[in-house]
Design a protein. Structure first.
Lengths: 86, 406
């Protein structure tokens, strides 16, 4: 199953919740906090729904609530894709 | 305590921005046109007061676009204009000294229609999480409050087409209770197929096809109203606080407000509009002779126009005060209608001119009202009464006056 890359996540975040005009999302955002990037819990729920639609990975609301950075979110998704592939 | 208006932001079918709206209102620029956006050929009514030159991306950060209905986008845009006009940013006053009180009658129809499409065609997991609030009558108050960091007392009022005046009345009450500044007014829009069908179901929308002869309030040809979209946001402030912070301008005072409810249908008792007007005048401490112009509710249906004319004659005497209905050029903007009329009333005070009533030309003598038709009427205006009625019995009235230091 396809792995979710940072470029995919960036695209999904912007599609689901727009982008902050004062922030450059094209830079290295892997370890930025979603809070600093301007994505609140609703933005992440919306993004999680999109990830499920596109990648078939079902992230629980509890998981989403605990994820603080794009790196952590990618790890969560890709661990699931690895599990799903087994 | 005196509550004044220090900022205005209007977004209407005949003008984006307060001065554009005012110029269109005075020149008689018509915002009523064929409704676009979906195929209306099977609908009995096809004319709307539609905003056609609004590009949300140029007015709002992209962050707000996935989570907002078009009505909320107009509200956010008008609020930003009003705050800018008032010279207010998030550092002007402490955040808890600034509140938000807006009215909305229709909710986020277009956004919800789009999400319902996803629900029925793809499944519930495709429905936007933002649907949770984007549909909601209180969302404009919430989004304005969040965007501009206004953390003081806030509220949302729903009173069908009278609610916009109720919001301004409650903003004044909020100022009197100690909040220095309140963003107020109302905005509506529902021009998706579902929203349109809902409006037509009310049974009062005209089936006329000529944009210049469709919404003719107080005219003997009146046969329904044209729905509009948009409205106005006003900045209400404690006068002393506005002076203290050096507000760039004061448009006028919210001198009086009242709302009443109609008696039960079939009771034979008089509708509540006259009482609302009289109570607002009493609240302002003014006599009918002090009022220079009335911005009428102007329903555009013979029975309702007659009821309003009766109320005006009862309060002011036959042809006792100039009456106008510039909303004939925008269509009825629901919660946005009253605040847009308040904007016009305040600008009438500023400029000494009363706008005309769209394309209305032939007013029955029996109405006994001095309706301003054809051209604007130049005359000093120190006090204006604005009326609005909502379906199922709402009547609201606001008196605005020229501000004098006292």
């Amino acid at each position: 199953m396809a792995q979710l890359a940072i470029e995919d996540l960036r695209r999904i975040l912007i599609a689901c919740a727009g982008e902050d005009d004062s922030l450059d999302l094209t830079g290295d955002i892997l370890d930025s906090s979603f809070e600093d990037l301007g994505y609140d819990s609703l933005a992440l729920m919306e993004s999680a729904a999109r990830i499920k639609q596109e990648y078939g990975i079902d992230l629980s609301d509890d998981d989403i609530a605990e994820v603080e950075t794009p790196r952590a979110l990618l790890a969560l998704v890709n661990a699931d894709t690895a599990t799903a592939a087994v | 305590m005196t509550t004044v208006i220090t900022g205005i932001g209007a977004a209407t079918p005949n003008g984006l921005g307060t001065e554009a709206f005012w110029k269109a209102t005075l020149t008689g620029a018509n915002g009523v046109r064929e409704l676009t956006g979906f195929d209306t050929s099977a609908y009995p009514s096809r004319l709307a007061g539609q905003i056609v030159d609004y590009d949300a991306k140029t007015h709002l950060p992209s962050r707000l676009l996935p989570q907002t209905d078009v009505s909320t986008r107009y509200a956010l845009t008008a609020a930003a204009w009003a705050l800018e006009d008032a010279g207010v940013d998030e550092n002007t006053l402490p955040d808890y000294d600034m509140g938000t009180v807006t009215s909305n009658a229709l909710g986020g129809f277009a956004f919800t229609h789009q999400e319902f499409n996803k629900l029925w065609s793809k499944g519930s997991e495709f429905v936007s999480v933002y649907e949770s609030f984007a549909w909601f009558y209180a969302v404009n108050t919430g989004q304005i409050s969040i965007r501009h960091k206004l953390r003081g007392p806030s509220a949302a009022l729903v009173g069908e087409q009278a609610g916009g005046l109720d919001a301004v009345g409650h903003a004044r009450r909020t100022v009197e209770r100690g909040t220095r500044l309140v963003v107020s007014g109302g905005v509506d829009s529902a021009f998706d197929p579902w929203g349109w069908a809902s409006q037509l179901a009310g049974g009062r929308v005209t089936t006329a096809t000529d944009p210049e002869a469709a919404y003719l309030p107080f005219d003997e040809r009146a046969a329904g109203y044209v729905p509009g979209e948009g409205g106005a946001i006003l900045i209400a402030e404690d006068a002393a606080s506005a002076r203290e912070r050096g507000a760039p301008r004061i448009y006028g005072e919210i001198a009086g407000y009242a709302s009443t409810f109609d008696p039960k249908p079939g009771s034979g008792r008089e509708p509540g509009l006259r009482r609302a007007a009289e109570l607002a005048l009493a609240d302002a401490g003014l006599a009918p002779a002090d009022i220079d112009v009335v911005f009428a509710d102007a329903a555009g249906l013979p029975e309702l126009d007659r009821i309003e004319a009766d109320a005006l004659r009862a309060v002011f005497g036959p042809r006792g005060v100039p009456v106008t209905a510039p909303k004939a050029l925008t269509g009825r903007m629901y919660a946005g209608g009253g605040p847009a009329d308040l904007a016009s009333a305040l600008l009438s005070i500023r400029d000494g001119v009363i706008p005309a009533s769209g394309f209305t030309a032939q007013v029955p003598d029996a109405y006994g009202i001095d309706l301003v038709t054809g051209e604007p009427r130049t005359r000093p205006v120190s006090a204006a009464l604005v009326l609005a009625r909502g379906r199922w019995g709402f009547n609201s009235a606001v008196v605005v006056t020229r501000h004098t230091d006292h």
